[in-house]
Design a protein around this ligand. Structure first.
Ligand SMILES: [Fe+2]
Length: 403
């Protein structure tokens, strides 16, 4: 079914060839899938101030406001701003009523991802499968409707207080044609992007990473295998992402066509607190660590984002000057100096290479952030960079006598 685009991909004027390059879409036999997934539906954030966050994600990240729900539309509990970039839908929710459950969620977790919603062709079948496989159904199948039509929605629990809403947008052969979900109205913004900025800074969602507690990674891998029939992709364990000072373990699961990919990290024991431990401490438990968004021109994307004030993790010059790295990455589409200027990382495997960069945390706590990724055949996640980057940082520390 790789030749079938999702409605969001069609709306974004993407085609299958582009998606194969952007997010590594592959062929698979859907007839054996126990939990068919059409693709991503939305990534839902709870934030402290959705009104201002909606402006930030438009002005800094180039997203476009398309829908809204709030007191004016009869929702007295919270506001909900729906933004788009390419085929991705982001929803920003903030409490209006001080007694809203979202206010409690925000106090515990800070700004973060509450729901990684997936579009499915048959929500009843998915919920049945999930329940049989031992998942917690946090919302039974419910029909929502308005003048735009009907949708069926359910939700299952995943790591921490995160859930997967399962959204069926075609009911009895008719696709819901509202701007998001019933209860939301179309909304645009008077915000004008900076002149010369790419029409959109990124095109599609590549993967969403979950950080889970020490010793629980395999449980969650098994959860996605058993409940959703997801397959295991490349896995990096132990030494792959370990230096003397920082360590993490990571495994990756994906749906059959690899549209939806979930790397799962757990901290590994190192000499110092790992970045995963820091996340778990400040998020108060497991949660979504980063969202990797795909672009076909990461140089232009990074330039636009920097011009808009977005800050990225720094990469030391020693990373680019490292002989071992240079010989490992070989030829890429631009001179290494162009990557170095922008602090973009590069990784190569047997299938090709990828370019990637990580931004600083999006909110006040050192928790959720974005990655930009430009794939050239590689279906990996930048495994080579974890060690190279950590070691490069440590070499810098050593040079300063701080290691
Ligand atoms: Fe990533």
């Amino acid at each position: 079914m790789t030749d079938t685009l999702t409605a969001q991909e069609r709306d974004a004027h993407l085609d299958v060839e582009q998606l194969k390059q952007l997010v590594g879409l592959v062929e698979y036999d859907e007839s054996t899938d126990v939990f068919p997934v059409t693709g991503w539906d939305a990534v839902v954030f709870v934030v402290g101030n959705a009104t201002q966050a909606a402006h930030y994600y438009q002005s800094a990240w180039g997203m476009e406001l398309v829908a809204y729900s709030g007191p004016e539309t009869g929702n007295r509990d919270h506001v909900s701003f729906v933004l788009r970039s390419g085929s991705i839908r982001f929803v920003l929710q903030g409490a209006v009523d001080p007694d809203s459950p979202l206010a409690d969620h925000h106090r515990r977790h800070g700004d973060g991802v509450v729901d990684i919603a997936l579009e499915v062709p048959d929500v009843h079948r998915c919920v049945e499968q999930a329940r049989t496989a031992g998942a917690t159904v946090v919302q039974e199948v419910q029909e929502l409707s308005d003048e735009h039509g009907r949708v069926l929605v359910a939700a299952i629990a995943t790591y921490g207080e995160t859930r997967h809403s399962l959204v069926q947008r075609v009911v009895d052969g008719v696709r819901y044609d509202g701007p998001y979900l019933p209860g939301h109205v179309e909304r645009t913004s008077s915000y004008q992007p900076r002149q010369g900025q790419p029409k959109r800074i990124f095109q599609a969602l590549d993967h969403v990473v979950g950080n889970v507690e020490l010793g629980h990674m395999d449980e969650w891998v098994a959860f996605y295998n058993r409940v959703m029939g997801f397959v295991n992709m490349a896995e990096f364990v132990g030494d792959d992402i370990a230096t003397d000072y920082s360590a993490l373990m990571s495994k990756v699961v994906a749906n059959g066509n690899h549209r939806v990919k979930f790397p799962l990290n757990e901290p590994a024991v190192g000499k110092r607190k790992s970045q995963i431990d820091e996340y778990l401490e400040f998020y108060r438990g497991a949660g979504a660590q980063h969202l990797a968004v795909a672009t076909n021109d990461i140089l232009a994307s990074v330039d636009a984002l920097r011009a808009n004030g977005v800050e990225f993790l720094d990469t030391p010059d020693s990373y680019y000057e490292d002989e071992e790295l240079r010989s490992r990455i070989g030829e890429v589409r631009v001179p290494v100096e162009e990557l170095q200027k922008r602090k973009i990382l590069v990784d190569r495997d047997e299938d090709g290479y990828l370019l990637q960069i990580f931004c600083k945390p999006l909110g006040d706590r050192p928790t959720v952030f974005f990655e930009l990724i430009e794939r050239h055949g590689s279906l990996g996640f930048g495994k080579g960079n974890f060690k190279a980057l950590f070691e490069a940082i440590e070499r810098e520390q050593e040079r300063r006598g701080n290691l």
